[in-house]
Design a protein around this ligand. Sequence first.
Ligand code: GUN
Ligand code: ZN
Length: 424
Amino acid sequence: MRARLISFDCDADGQIIANHLDDGGLVCDNGRISQLMSAADYAAQGFALSEIEDLRPCIIFPGFVDTHLHMPQLGIIASYSAQLLDWLERYAFPAESAYADSAYAALQAQTFLDRVVASGTTCAQVFTTVYAHSCEHLFAAAQAKGMALVAGKVMMDRNAPEALTQEAQACIRDCEQLIHKWHGKDRLQYALTPRFAITSTDAQLALCGELLQGHADLLLQTHLSENHEEIAEVGRLFPKANDYLDVYENHGLNTAQATFAHGIHLSESERQRLIDAGAKVAFCPSSNLFLGSGLLDMAALRAHNLSIASDVGGGTGLSMLHTCAEGYKVAQLQNQRFHPLQAFYAITAGNAKTLGLAAQIGQLQPGFMADLVVLNPTKPSGLGERFHRCEDLTEELFALMMLSDDRSVERCYIAGRLAYGATG
Ligand code: GUN
Ligand code: ZN
C-alpha cells in the first residue's frame, strides 16, 4: 500500500518521536510488515509504484490499542444516572445478567469485536462477564479475526445481584479452565479480572493472588480509586486496610502484571507503590467525565505507568481518538498538557507496552505484526477543513485527535488481513 505512514516511539529519555513518511510504501507478508520505505526509494529499487494500491491522502497508523473496556456495556453507553455505584446497579449489572444466555453472549461477542475494529482499535484488554461462556465466545471471536486480545471473566462473590456472583473456589476453577484453554493460544492472553474491591471478599482476592503468583505471564485487570463513594465503601468493607491499594497489595495484586483502571483519587503513597511495583494505571477520561468521577492528575503518574483507555460503557465511545480528545480536556481543566505526540504514542506503542506486546504491535516497522488503521483526514468534513490549514505534523495530529473518531476510519487490517472497510 502507498500512503502517509506515521508511527511513534519513545527514546531512552522518554522523548516521543514520530516516524513519518509523507509518501510511503508498506508491504505485508505472512501477517507482518515486511517492507516499509519512502515511495521514492521503492521506485529506485526498481519496483513499479503503479502496482501498489495508492491510499493517499489516507494515513496508515499502527492499529490502536485500548487497555480497558467492558464487552457487555456496549449497549448501555450513555445511560443517564447518578455517579458510578448508581450507574452500576441501574445499567451495568442488568446488562451483564443478560449474558447468562450463551447464544446471546456469542452474538454479542461478535458484534462487540466488529464495533471495536470499526473504531480503529485492533487490540484490547476486555472485561467480559461472570459467565465463563461469555469469555469463551469473545476469545473464539478474536481468534477467528486473528486478533491480539486480552480478556478475562469477571470475578465477584458479593455486593452484586445473585445471578452475577459466584462462590470464590468455583470462580477460580472456571478461571483455571479458561487459562488452560486460551492463554497463550495464537494472539490471546488471559487477564484475571476481579471487578473491584467492593465485589470481592478477602477470600476471593487471596485465591486470585495465588493464581497470579503461580503464572508469571498472566495479566490482571481491575478498578481502583475511581469515585469517592466507592472509596468510602472500600474503607467500610476492609477496615484493616491502610488505603484502597492496600486491599489489593495484601493479596499480591499490585504487580507489573496489573492494569488498574482509573486511579483518580490516589494518595502520594499509593501512586509511589504502584510505580515501584511497575503496575499500570489506565486513564479513562471519557468515562471519568461522563460518570463525574474526577480529573486524573496525569502529571503525577510517570509516563510509563500510564495507559489510556475508553472504559466503554462508562466511556461514551470506542474511538481511541475520541478518548484522547477527552483526555486533552481533562488535562486542560488542571492546566496540564496532553500533547498530540504523547496521545498518539499512548494509543499505539504505549498501550502495547502496557499489555506486554511492545515487540509485536504498536509500530510500523518491518517484523511488527501488520495490525493497521487507515484514517481518512478528509472525513468527517469538519476535520477535512481544519486539516487543510495545518502547517506541520503536530498540528495535523492534534486536529485528528480532537476532531476525528470512527468516522475517519477507512479500513483496519489485522495481521495483514482486511478486518474492516472495503478495498478498491
Ligand atoms: N468499577 C467497578 N465496576 C466498574 C465498571 O463496570 N465500570 C466502571 N467505570 N467502574 C467500575
Ligand atoms: Zn471499567
